[in-house]
Design a protein around this ligand. Structure first.
Ligand code: HEM
Length: 505
């Protein structure tokens, strides 16, 4: 192969190659001079000149908790020359998330990926985010939810039927799988328009792909580590991303991307056909396409990523706490039987389930599916002596407020009464941050509550959930252990027993 052809392969000219050699030479020189250099920043945190507090992402949540204990509620870490400011101070959160939102609009630096997922709402920044959010916000209005509620209800009924069969067999159910199938089925119906039935099915391809969107095992290997290092060297950092377009890492499995691509194309083809038939009528509305196909694919995959695991974890942890707190389960059962009058609960009835809502909020507080978020500062701003420089990443460890005894007395205890209307009035709203706050608050919050309430209403009316010898996690051992992802996912599948209530026997 001639040198010309391999340069072509990377899209480089001979001068780009020269630039690459110079860049690598600078990197090697910089590494050689600074390999043993450590500093302490003004927050007292020790960091390496090149790596900063490198490998921050590994065990990040546990490290954050320790650092918060060691350095207090606001401190700085280093990522190369960049400051990463961690703050658990609610007054600062109020500025970052709400009052000065436009200065902290962006979530994190762009991840370089060939898949459209990383251009979707969650990862988009600035003006692009505003445009996308405006288009997508009406997705879960009351009218739309009323419509979606019917298919959510069918899935909740299927979930109950499945658990009833298990109860009759006396089998302990691996909740994780069932809850994941339930939330993935709802996404397949609402985001992809599929006629999905995954709960009892052995072979549910869509669910299997949804479960494995990310390649957590292959985090990019050596190439990711090298790219990660290069990102921390001044000058080299910009060259490696902007000129050489070094792949940071490809977290989405390409086979998964292809699978959802085909599903979406089929859905759109089906919708067009429907529309063509409909458009022959005079009263047919004009459909104005607002999103390009790639954007649609990115958002559809985002809904799987943002909506499946988060809601499934909440549902299984809620069942777990109901099993462990039978008096709470009895109250939920009583409320459901009093409020819900038919097999098809209305949105109004679901909204009147005040105690059930408290139980869900307490579950979310104890097991927040998104433990922390990040923002990037666009300009330098100072708040009560804390300066957040332009370009700094700010980490908001949501989990710290949710476990802070100043806001939640006895924070490790499951106590839904702390969310009673009277108690809630006394609470700083910022402290209950499981869905975030401000303009970038979770887009799917209302759908998540709808899925969770429908599942509880249908299941708890018919079945009682209990702990037994096979229950996982074991009560009183290490508590619930979670995997080290950005999302909170239990390490072992939660296993519980469901029993038929007398009324349904
Ligand atoms: C219990 C379930 C859920 C929890 C706890 C949760 C939590 C969150 C959190 C904390 C954020 C980030 C907020 C911030 O940056 O401050 C977020 C963003 C987001 N969530 Fe959720 N979420 C849940 C379910 C869902 C569902 C079901 C969907 C969609 C169907 C969804 C779609 C999104 C989207 C699109 C964003 C990005 C919003 C933006 O950047 O403008 N989420 N979620």
């Amino acid at each position: 192969m001639s040198s010309g052809s391999w340069l072509d392969m990377f899209g480089w000219t001979p001068s780009t190659l020269c630039l690459l050699i110079v860049t690598l030479a600078v990197a090697v020189l910089y590494l050689y001079k600074n390999i043993g250099t450590y500093h302490r920043n003004r927050y007292g945190v020790k960091y390496h000149q090149i790596s900063g507090n490198i490998l921050m992402e590994v065990n990040f949540r546990h490290k954050l908790a320790n650092w918060l204990r060691q350095y207090g509620e606001t401190f700085g870490l280093q990522s190369g020359s960049q400051l990463v400011l961690v703050t658990a101070n609610l007054d600062l959160w109020r500025y970052i998330l709400i009052k000065d939102f436009s200065n902290f609009i962006d979530r994190e630096p762009k991840i370089m990926s060939s898949t459209p997922f990383f251009n979707s709402l969650f990862f988009s920044s600035g003006r692009e985010w505003r445009k996308q959010r405006q288009i997508l916000s009406p997705t879960f209005t009351s009218g739309k939810l009323k419509y979606i509620s019917k298919s959510v209800q069918k899935s909740a009924q299927d979930l109950t039927d499945y658990l009833e069969t298990q109860a009759k067999n006396g089998s302990t159910v691996l909740k994780k799988d069932v809850c994941g199938r339930y939330t993935s089925e709802i996404i397949a119906k609402t985001a992809f328009g599929l006629d999905a039935k995954f709960i009892a099915e052995e072979d549910a391809e869509f669910y299997e792909y949804s479960k494995n969107i990310f390649d957590f095992k292959d985090r990019g290997g050596l190439s990711k580590l090298i790219a990660d290092f290069l990102q921390r060297i001044p000058f080299v950092e910009r060259m490696s991303t902007e000129v050489f377009k070094l792949q940071y890492f490809e977290p989405i499995k390409l086979t998964t991307n292809k699978y959802f691509d085909v599903i979406l194309q089929n859905t759109i083809r089906g919708k067009r056909l429907q529309q063509r038939n409909f458009c022959s009528r005079k009263d047919a509305p004009k459909v104005i396409p607002k999103l390009a196909y790639e954007e649609m694919l990115g958002h559809s995959m985002l809904v799987i990523f943002a909506g499946m695991e988060t809601t499934a974890t909440t549902l299984q942890m809620c069942f777990y706490e109901l099993a462990a707190n039978s008096e709470v389960q009895d109250k939920v059962f009583q409320e459901i039987t009093q409020v819900v009058k038919s097999d098809t609960p209305t949105l109004e009835e679901l909204n009147s389930l005040i105690y059930t809502q408290q139980v869900l909020d307490e579950t979310l507080r104890l097991y927040p599916p998104v433990p922390s978020v990040k923002r990037i500062a666009q300009e330098t701003l100072t708040y009560s002596g804390v300066t957040i420089p332009k370009g700094a990443t700010v980490v908001l460890p949501y989990f710290s407020a949710l476990k802070d005894p100043r806001f939640f007395k006895d924070p490790d205890t499951f106590n839904p009464n702390r969310f009673s209307p009277k108690e809630k009035e006394k609470l700083d709203p910022l402290a209950f941050c499981v869905f975030g706050h401000g303009p970038r608050i979770c887009l799917g919050m209302r759908l998540a509550y709808l899925e969770l309430k429908q599942a509880l209403v249908h299941v708890i009316r018919k079945l009682r959930v209990v702990l037994n010898d096979e229950t996982e996690p074991k009560r009183g051992s290490d508590g619930v252990l979670f995997k080290e992802h950005n999302l909170l996912v239990p390490e072992k599948p939660v296993a519980l027993l469901f029993e038929l209530r007398e009324t349904s026997q």
